[in-house]
Design a protein around this ligand. Structure first.
Ligand SMILES: [Zn+2]
Length: 51
């Protein structure tokens, strides 16, 4: 499953989430501070190899 590294730009909460949780955060805001988060708060998962 694809996972993303999430870092809240407001409270600096940092966690790894899957695609479903990512969508929930984009819709409902940060789980820690409740503020709206943008797609830019998520980074692509670290892969075993680079393209
Ligand atoms: Zn936050």
């Amino acid at each position: 499953m694809t996972q993303f590294q999430f870092e809240c730009p407001h409270c600096r909460e940092c966690t790894t989430v899957d695609a479903g949780v990512r969508d929930l955060l984009l819709e409902g805001g940060c789980i820690a501070c409740g503020k709206a988060v943008h797609e830019s708060a998520f980074r692509r998962p670290v892969r075993m190899h680079q393209d």
